[in-house]
Design a protein around this ligand. Structure first.
Ligand code: NAP
Length: 296
């Protein structure tokens, strides 16, 4: 017999890659929530969600979308959270769980935390799963399978609410762990935000080359550059917001990276073969560990 739904009504605010993946899973499984309500910014997205049939109900008005929902999940770019939180706060049901999927966590707690009404349980979360695609067509039901979701509940958060969100992500196929938000932001700066910054930058560097070389870069793109272009195809709004909302950790990791890149440049200049080989071997070791952890 199927498990009972965790929530009666799940309201998704933002229904792009992440929101529409959760919606698809919720509609398919039936045990995340009895009813799925979707809201977005534009009518075009709402119309598309209706066509796709990935929510029971669609609401253009944010207040109406969250009314009566016992779980509200923010799935919009983190830069829009403060405005969304202000709009929904007066309409949140008492005892509802307010959660999110944003890629930064300290900024979310800073922007949303003070607006959460008394009696509403705030459980920030981040599923570490994604692709370079965005919008309601890009979601799919296996996106979170075998991937981690990190929960960063502020101290004193109702444990039952945290457990409900953990169970929701487990039912999405995710592995779940709790983490302190500042630690989350530093870890994600290294494993996700810095690699994106490097990818956007290297594509810009290639694009700045004079016409003739640029043409050759595209024509003969080796796998290294091709891999960067995949990451660089990600959504500009989402990534702009991630960079601006994890500023300190990202700049710290970028400074460390710049130092290490300079050390590599020095080794290349002075023909320090052992240094270069050692760095490459470390890279291979990291790749092997990822494969062993099934996160490659
Ligand atoms: P997406 O595909 O671009 O979708 C964003 C959604 O948010 C759209 O439905 C958009 O509506 C809606 N939205 C934007 N501003 C809004 C507002 N002011 N009010 C209501 N809805 C609004 O983005 P995504 O990739 O799913 O990312 C969503 C969140 O997940 C972000 O916070 C991101 O940091 C996080 N995340 C992303 C990834 C990833 O790899 N993509 C991974 C993990 C976590 P319209 O379509 O109408 O504009």
């Amino acid at each position: 017999m199927a498990d009972a739904p965790i929530f009666k009504r799940l309201a998704l605010i933002g229904i792009g890659l992440i929101g529409s993946s959760v919606a698809r899973i919720a509609m398919q499984r039936g045990d995340l929530a009895g009813e799925v309500v979707a809201s977005a910014r534009t009518q075009a997205t709402l119309d598309r969600v209706r066509e796709l049939g990935i929510a029971h109900r669609i609401e253009a008005d944010l207040g109406r979308a969250v009314e009566g929902a016992d779980c509200v999940m923010l799935c919009a770019p983190v830069g829009a959270y403060a405005e969304i939180a202000a709009a929904i706060a007066p309409h949140l049901a008492p005892d509802a769980v307010l959660t999110d999927v944003g890629s930064t966590k300290q900024s979310v707690i800073r922007d949303v935390g003070p607006l959460v009404p008394e009696g509403v349980h705030f459980v920030p979360a981040h599923p570490i799963a994604g692709t370079e695609y965005s919008g309601p067509d890009s979601g799919f039901t296996t996106l979170f399978e075998g991937r981690w979701t990190l929960l960063t509940p502020p101290p004193g958060t109702d444990e039952a609410a945290v457990e409900k969100i953990a169970e929701l992500w487990r039912r999405c196929g995710s592995l779940v762990e709790t983490m302190e938000p500042g630690h989350h932001d530093r870890v994600l700066a290294v494993v996700s935000h810095l690699p994106h910054l490097i990818a956007f930058t290297i594509c810009g560097t290639a694009d700045d080359l004079e016409d003739e070389s640029r043409q050759e870069v595209l024509q003969f793109a080796a796998s290294g550059f091709r891999d960067f272009t995949r990451i660089a195809a990600s959504d500009p709004t989402m990534w702009r917001d991630v960079f601006l909302n994890n500023r300190e950790a990202l700049l710290e990791m970028l400074a460390r990276f710049t130092e290490d890149a300079q050390a590599m440049a020095r080794a290349v200049r002075w023909g320090d073969a052992a240094y270069i080989e050692d760095k490459i071997l470390r890279g291979r070791k990291i790749r092997r560990s990822l494969i062993e952890l099934k996160q490659a």
